[in-house]
Design a protein around this ligand. Structure first.
Ligand code: FEO
Ligand code: CA
Ligand code: CA
Length: 682
């Protein structure tokens, strides 16, 4: 039997999770310590229809209302859990107990190693990592900081290319003698180079090869760093508009850099989507903006009134809103990168809207239209999808390169099917036995070669794309508990939406619990299953139900899809999700509010083991588990922000992972596998 954690670390007051205040400061600009940016009233669907926005717009946007048909999956009743189980196929491992170790832990019979770390050279002309003597030029040729999303593309058997986001930097533990009030130009320029993306060749990833031989390839022909100063192209209707023209780029089409890239996804045409998340924190002096309309837009996106945390504005005026008010409009996008062409210019796809993008995961409709599901990671913000106008075509790269510029962006409106008085905030299931209901995708804007066509009263199409949160406010989208990663089960078509937490739910003047977000002060988060009508990702309507209410299984507010709670691992703050080849869901966590280390969990979503959450791995104390990739023979994760504990400095580190001794902590990619060669979880 699994046990709940007993060794609790001190929790941090006024915060929803075990995440260190230092992580809050550098990762998301203290988003959770500020006022909730969504102060909208939240119109009701009846009002929306009365305003003529919803159903008539549905007809205008030209997609086909899906009908339930052959092969349509449903969210029907699940059988009760059967007798004490062994495990689902692919999940036959002994769970790692909750712990607070300064180490990566994997199940008995497994092993792990670091594949690549911050500062590792990607090119033979790069300097060896020397934290006392860093340079921007060196960092541009080395693996960046705080790796988050990762994915692998096959080039040919045993030759792959790995793509990785570098979400943010923590200067206090990166640089000797760092003064947060007055960073030096060198330190700022190194931080620019440590942000962004890495593309790196990988050898030894072929099926059947021993994972111990997996290695990154220095000087691989596809190796590439993209940083906060690399040129990116804006595409779609916003490109060239007045809102994105700046002194340095009067055409409004070329942006320097990508920032705070969190998670991502891959496209069927083998490109990489990477999501710009907490971009707001890099821009200073919103208080200098006087136009009330612009001020409200900046407030809704959480722009700092005064100096930014990293003070980049001291060395590049584009980060000063007073000097360059449009630069911020060039961040907050989904970015498409071609990892197979190191000379290609990556594209910021404005038709997918602008918000704190967690990720974009693509699902093809049966007609080969492209549907991208996207969360906006902020308390009380929204879930979106983009449906392409055109169809994906195999071996037509030029055509496929236009798919994400033409289509319709929707926002989700969830409704519960239980009486509101039965949703009391405690997590107690309503009398029908499920937190569940129906939902509608409300169209916001349709983009094509002629521009952006708004479906939102009072906003132009361009405004909807740029200030998408406010469009969601106008149509009364459902305020969620921080929508993170969304992934489709490749075997069933059911979507899994991670809601990481929201300690403000039901507090003060904040919105109270609803059936979709049913716990007040939701510290541990939940996972929702969403089934598009007719199993068609283009559908306008869907059914949904809660799959997991996370937390300590001894906590009565938790729910594990009805599974025996004495047989599950504690789990808190679900963040990134992925599927293994057997159709099991894997969930990585960020900020475990149970006080122990973050980890990676596998859980069956169908059959007799549905809901049996099992912890596969834990990362070192103070780190976050990111970027999971699970194949038949290996598990890859990013270990983000090891050693990020308030009070830590370069000279007084909290962690020395992974190199030990007195070394600086180094964010890294870790691979885990079974040395006996047997497949994961068999
Ligand atoms: Fe970068 Fe939403 O986590
Ligand atoms: Ca219900
Ligand atoms: Ca994340």
């Amino acid at each position: 039997m699994l046990t709940s954690p007993r060794k609790l670390l001190p929790l941090i007051a006024n915060h929803s999770s075990n995440r260190s205040p230092m992580t809050c400061k550098y990762r998301c600009g203290d988003a959770c310590f500020h006022e909730v940016p969504n102060t909208s009233e939240g119109a009701y669907l009846g009002d929306i229809i009365a305003a003529g926005i919803s159903r008539r717009s549905l007809l205008k946007v030209g997609a086909v209302v899906a009908v339930a048909g052959a092969g349509a999956a449903t969210l029907g009743a699940q059988p009760a859990a059967a007798a004490p189980p062994q495990a689902a196929r692919g999940l036959a491992f002994t769970p790692v107990p909750p712990n607070s170790k300064h180490a990566v832990s994997v199940p008995e019979g497994y092993t792990s190693k670091v594949l690549v770390r911050w500062g590792d050279p990607l090119f033979s002309d790069a300097p060896e990592f020397d934290p006392e003597n860093q340079s921007a030029a060196g960092q541009e040729r080395q693996f960046g900081y705080n790796c988050d999303h990762l994915d692998l593309f096959e080039i040919r058997r045993d030759e792959h290319v790995m793509v990785i986001n570098h979400e943010y930097t923590n200067e206090e533990i990166m640089f000797p003698g760092y003064d947060p009030a007055a960073p030096t130009q060198d330190q700022v320029e190194i931080a620019w180079a440590a942000h962004g993306l890495t593309v790196v060749g990988v050898a030894g990833a072929a099926q059947g090869r021993p994972s111990g031989e997996l290695t990154t390839v220095v000087d691989h022909r596809l190796n590439r760093r993209l940083t906060a100063t690399t040129p990116f192209e804006l595409t779609g209707p916003v490109a060239g508009s007045e809102y994105v023209r700046t002194t340095a780029d009067p055409d409004g089409r070329t942006v320097l850099g990508t920032l705070n890239n969190c998670a991502g996804g891959v496209t069927p045409w083998q490109t990489w989507l990477t999501a710009e998340e907490n971009f707001n924190q890099y821009f200073a002096n919103a208080d200098e903006v006087t136009d009330p309309v612009v001020r409200e837009r900046l407030r809704r996106y959480g722009l700092p009134g005064g100096a930014s945390e990293r003070k980049w504005e001291a060395y590049d005026p584009r980060f000063d809103l007073g000097a360059e008010p449009n630069e911020v409009n060039r961040f907050g996008w989904i970015v498409e990168v071609d990892p197979f062409d190191p000379r290609s210019t990556p594209r910021k796809r404005t038709a997918l809207g602008r918000f704190k993008h967690e990720a974009a995961n693509i699902h093809l409709s049966r007609q080969n239209q492209v549907v991208a599901y996207m969360g906006d990671d902020e308390r009380f913000d929204y879930l979106y999808k983009f449906v392409s106008r055109d169809q994906f075509r195999r071996n037509k790269p030029e055509h496929n390169a236009t798919l994400l510029d033409n289509g319709t962006l929707y926002v989700a409106l969830f409704t519960g099917n239980s009486p509101v008085e039965e949703i009391d905030g405690s997590g107690t299931l309503p009398s029908d036995g499920e937190f569940d209901g129906a939902g509608e995708w409300i169209p916001l804007v349709t983009s094509d070669e002629a521009g952006a066509h708004s479906h939102v009263e009072g906003m132009t199409g361009i405004e909807v794309l740029l200030f998408t949160r406010q469009a969601g406010d106008v149509v009364g989208a459902t305020k969620m508990d921080r929508p993170e990663d969304v992934e489709t089960n490749p075997l069933t078509g059911v979507l899994y939406v991670a809601l990481t937490n929201n300690s403000n739910r039901g507090t003060g003047t904040n919105p109270g619990p609803d059936e979709t977000n049913p716990r007040s002060s939701n510290r541990h988060g939940h996972v929702i299953e969403l089934m598009e009508t007719g199993n068609d990702p283009r559908a306008y309507t869907f059914d949904w139900r809660i799959f997991l209410l996370c937390g300590d299984p001894n906590d009565p507010s938790t729910y594990f899809a009805g599974y025996d709670k004495s047989q599950v691992s504690p789990i808190s703050c679900p963040d990134n999700v992925t599927f293994d080849p057997y159709g099991n869901l894997w969930i990585s966590t960020d900020g475990n509010a149970l006080g122990t280390n973050d980890g990676l969990f596998g859980v069956a979503v169908d059959g007799e083991y549905r809901g049996q959450v099992k912890q596969f791995l834990t990362v070192p104390i103070s780190a976050e588990t990111c970027g999971p990739k699970v194949t038949e023979t290996r598990v890859l994760v990013c270990v983000q922000h090891p050693g990020e504990r308030s009070g830590a400095t370069f000279e007084n580190q909290f962690s020395h992972w992974p190199d030990g001794g007195t070394s600086v902590p180094r964010p890294a990619v870790v691979v885990a596998w079974r040395p006996d060669g047997i497949r994961i979880g068999r």
